[in-house]
Design a protein around this ligand. Structure first.
Ligand code: 5GP
Length: 146
């Protein structure tokens, strides 16, 4: 079976078969508290469309998430008193994705609690950048023509 259509625990949460602390729901989106929070208020925002990774999401499902994500971030900030937060979205097990259903983490950042990030920046190579742009523009053009 295509990984993008495999059932996960989030299907059961969407269907109400497994309980969750529901933060927000509409016909396309569900947001609920993470069961293993990195900080108080850690919230997951998921499309009801069953796709494993962000790049597989339909435009409609993506738009529905985009419409409510800032609103849910505001609710998390107001409820927790946090002024900083990370929005994290993992794709693929090597990128730390455990549940293969698209989800956005909203993780309030307090002094110690929250997301720890290892970030080792390199330097943008001009030749490589040019080659990447050529390939990316071609991919975007092909996607638009789909
Ligand atoms: P990932 O590593 O895939 O980006 O994150 C999956 C997240 O889902 C984890 O933070 C984990 O705590 C959360 N999670 C997994 N199973 C459940 C569950 O049954 N209920 C809730 N509320 N969160 C879950």
């Amino acid at each position: 079976m295509d990984q993008s259509h495999q059932a996960t625990i989030f299907d059961k949460i969407i269907a109400g078969e497994i309980p969750c602390h529901r933060v927000y729901e509409d016909d396309r989106v569900l947001a609920f508290l993470d069961i293993g929070p990195l900080s108080p208020g850690h919230t997951l925002v998921i499309p009801k469309e069953r796709k494993a990774h962000l790049h597989q999401l339909s435009d409609d499902a993506a738009a529905a998430i985009g419409r409510v994500l800032p609103r849910i971030c505001r609710a998390v900030l107001q409820a927790t008193g946090a002024t900083a937060y990370n929005v994290l979205q993992n794709n693929g097990s090597s990128a730390h994705q455990l549940v293969m259903h698209v989800h956005f983490h909203i993780i309030p950042k307090f002094e110690r609690d929250g997301l720890g990030i290892g970030w080792k920046p390199g330097k943008l190579d001009q030749t490589q950048a040019k080659a990447l742009l050529t390939r990316m523009h071609a991919a975007l053009e092909a996607d638009r023509a789909r």
